[in-house]
Design a protein around this ligand. Sequence first.
Ligand SMILES: [Zn+2]
Length: 142
Amino acid sequence: MISERELARRYASIEIRNSEPNRVNTYTCDRCKYVLKTIDRHEGVTPMSLTCDCCGGTSISSFYQDKCPDKEPEKEWVVPTLEELKKYRANPAMLDHIFNGGLYLRKIKGWPGLPASMVCMDEVSEVTPEQYEAIASRISRK
Ligand SMILES: [Zn+2]
């Protein structure tokens, strides 16, 4: 595991630049069709796919097409703080990602959770209203 001192030394060499404004992306789950909406706060690399918070399926990037224009972003892509990065000292893949210009995804502070009416699914979804409710409550607890 990398020492805290080495981590801090490498962290100091990261150049942090703000992203252009309103750089919003959405990720649609291939299983439950839940759409996660994100915003880039810093410049950097983001992945093409993520694990779905709802069901563990694979959520695929829309490549910065906003599929849910009425929904507020719930997570933000950032260069993590040094404190956040310390949690990943034993995770070389995560550290490599960050030290190679990758961004870190975190929940936006103050995001109010998700009323069922605000769950935004892709239009091809065949999810029932009951499933919407279940997804909304799971997402809100994360
Ligand atoms: Zn899902």
